[in-house]
Structure formats: structure tokens, C-alpha cells
Design a protein around this ligand. Structure first.
Ligand code: SF4
Length: 355
């Protein structure tokens, strides 16, 4: 797919935009003042494939704690600030990799100018964004409600505030909890600016609903070449956001490697308890460090053939499974041993990959 060319923005060791690999991000839900808990969560996010994380800076203690976090963090960290420009300045001094502000709620231009100057001095970008809950009343009146026009015009106001201060190291977001409105808004914005875009469906919900809404919104835009960094917002452990984001990126071949599960929907031919087994395998392989497709299929008649692209798999029979690799039958395994033996085979193959 052809990705829209955007400007390059450096965030710590990462590059966002300019056709660089899509950056996958999340946001900590720890109290930023609690350095230990925040760092532990950052390390867990890093282990499952997160590229960039964000922390909320609610007060001066949090801005100061960021200094300790930055010393140990394996990931670049974005400082998220509302209202108080002094928190932004302290976070910049603490070594934040990027600042997320809404220039409209920071106060008069001299305060935004101070933040822009401090960011410029250290080469730190600023993300500006609106979501459907923060569109200005003037924009709602002018464009007849919260829609793609009022959302994109609102965020462009923030962009212009920074541009007027001669600051252009910018990432832009424009989120809604409605996937369709999100898609329309980013399409419109992408036509009008070439700053890198942070794409997400905000307040998407809990894991079941939220992943679907995010996959529709983020996935549609990425398939059109729009988006340079993504965040899946879930009411859950942030680690789940990264797992979901990786699945979206892998579905569109925007991220290679990792584990993929292929499993059949089951039908009248299925004579083994396939559904709980597939779920168990999915959980067990989720964070393995290999690049592999694993198939869990209901029958030996169609299973190996339907999962031809799988590196390794099992197909159900009566009280037993057939183990297959790359579509070739290898051996039969008793039902009661199938999970353990399949996992052993996955590890054997995986260790050969990373030798
Ligand atoms: Fe049915 Fe076999 Fe296809 Fe699974 S693989 S859906 S059991 S035919």
C-alpha cells in the first residue's frame, strides 16, 4: 500500500512520519509520581512490542518524577500536560521525549511560546490534538455540530498557534469515539497538512468492543496510507492496547514477525473440544519471541490444507490430533497431551529460528 508522505519528527530514538515504520504507542495508567510502578509498566509494555509510551503529568511532583523515569525507561516517553505551562517546562527539563499539549488550554501566547522555545532548544516535538469532546464552541456553531469539518478546523487552530510561533516540529491527532467520524476527520486533515498523524479511536471501550472499533477506524485509515503512529485506547491493561495494535499492524502487513494463530470456526465435523484449546493456545503464544503461524484446526480432512500457510499446527480426529508442519502430516497426538506437545513443538521450531 502507498503511504502518504509526511514530515519526519524525531522522538527520542524513534522517527515518526516520512514513511518510517508505524510507531505503536500506549499510555501508562500508573500514578507518574510512583516511579517504580510506572517503570515496571513501561518495561512490560516494552516487552510486548510497544515503541513509545505517554505519562500524565498532573502536578509538579509528577514532572520531577519524570526525570527518574527517563533515566531507566527502555522506551521514549511523552509527557501529557493540560492547563499548566510550568508542568510542560519542568517535564522538558526532566528529559521528556515529546510533549502533548492543547495550546488552547495552556493560556496566553507567551506561555505557549515558552514551551515552544524550550522544545526547540532540545529538539523535542509537540503533539497537538482535539477529540470530539474538546471542539471549540465557535467551531461547532460555524460547522453545524461536531463533525469532520469542525474537528479538523479546531486542530488546525492549534497547529497555527505553534506555526505562528515558528514551531513546526509537530505531530497531530484528531480523535472521536465514533470510528466513522474518526475516519472522515483524518481523511480531511490528511489532505490539508503534511505533519505526521497520530491515529486512534478515543474512548473506544473495553477489550471486546474497543478492539473492533479501533480495528475499523485505525485499520481503514492505515489501509489508505494515512497514519504514522497509532494508539488503541482500551479500558484495560495498556499491555492489551499493544497486543491489539500489533494485530492491526500485522493484519495490514505493516509489521512483520510475531505469532499468528489460524483456527477454524468448527463445524459438524469437529469431534474434539477445539474452541477452549484454540483459546488456550492463543494465550500461550501471544508474547512468544518467534515469527510463526500456528494452526488449530477441527478436522484432519480439511485442517492441514486450509491452514497451508501455517508453520505448525494440529488437526482434530477422534480423541486425537494430527500434528502437521507446513501442511505435511508428522504424527498423531492423544487429545490429553495435545496442548503440551504442540507447545513443545512450537518452542523447538522457534529456537531454530532465533539460533
Ligand atoms: Fe469443519 Fe474441518 Fe473446516 Fe474445521 S477445518 S471448519 S472441522 S471442515
Amino acid at each position: 500500500m502507498e503511504r502518504k508522505a509526511t514530515r519526519k519528527v524525531n522522538v527520542g530514538s524513534l522517527t515518526i512520519g516520512g514513511k518510517s515504520p508505524i510507531v505503536l504507542q500506549s499510555m501508562n495508567n500508573t500514578d507518574t509520581r510512583d516511579v517504580k510502578a510506572t517503570l515496571e509498566q513501561i518495561c512490560r509494555l516494552h516487552e510486548v512490542g510497544c515503541d513509545l509510551t505517554r505519562v500524565a503529568i498532573l502536578n509538579m511532583e509528577a514532572a520531577l518524577a519524570l526525570k527518574e523515569i527517563m533515566k531507566e525507561s527502555p522506551l521514549p516517553v511523552v509527557a501529557d500536560i493540560h492547563f499548566d505551562y510550568r508542568l510542560a517546562l519542568e517535564s522538558i527539563r526532566s528529559g521528556a521525549s515529546k510533549i502533548r499539549i492543547n495550546p488552547g488550554n495552556i493560556g496566553d501566547a507567551s506561555r505557549v511560546q515558552e514551551i515552544a522555545n524550550a522544545c526547540k532548544e532540545r529538539g523535542i516535538p509537540i503533539r497537538v490534538g482535539v477529540n470530539s469532546g474538546s471542539v471549540g464552541k465557535d467551531m461547532i456553531a460555524k460547522y453545524g455540530g461536531v463533525n469532520a469539518s469542525s474537528l479538523s478546523e479546531s486542530v488546525l487552530q492549534s497547529v497555527r498557534i505553534l506555526e505562528n510561533l515558528h514551531f513546526d516540529n509537530i505531530v497531530v491527532s484528531i480523535k472521536s469515539s465514533d470510528p466513522l467520524l474518526t475516519i472522515q476527520s483524518y481523511r480531511m486533515l490528511s489532505e490539508r497538512i503534511d505533519y505526521p498523524l497520530h491515529v486512534g479511536v478515543t474512548e473506544a471501550g473495553t477489550k471486546g468492543e474497543g478492539i473492533i472499533r479501533s480495528a475499523v477506524g485505525i485499520g481503514t485509515l492505515l489501509a489508505e496510507g494515512i497514519g504514522d503512529t497509532i494508539r488503541v485506547s482500551l479500558t484495560d491493561d495498556p499491555v492489551e492496547e499493544i497486543r491489539a495494535g500489533l494485530r492491526i499492524l500485522r493484519s495490514l502487513s505493516l509489521r512483520n514477525g510475531g505469532m499468528r494463530l489460524v483456527s477454524c470456526p468448527t463445524c459438524g465435523r469437529t469431534l474434539v473440544p477445539l474452541i477452549p484449546l484454540a483459546k488456550r493456545v492463543e494465550d500461550a503464544i501471544a508474547d512468544l519471541p518467534y515469527d510463526m503461524t500456528v494452526a488449530v484446526m477441527g478436522c484432519a480432512v480439511n485442517g492441514p490444507g486450509e491452514a497451508r500457510e501455517a508453520d505448525i499446527g494440529i488437526a482434530g480426529g477422534i480423541d486425537e490430533f494430527l500434528l502437521f508442519k507446513h501442511g505435511e502430516s508428522i504424527r498423531k497426538i492423544k487429545s490429553e497431551n495435545v496442548f503440551e506437545e504442540l507447545m513443545n513443538e512450537i518452542h523447538l521450531l522457534g529456537k531454530q529460528q532465533i539460533k
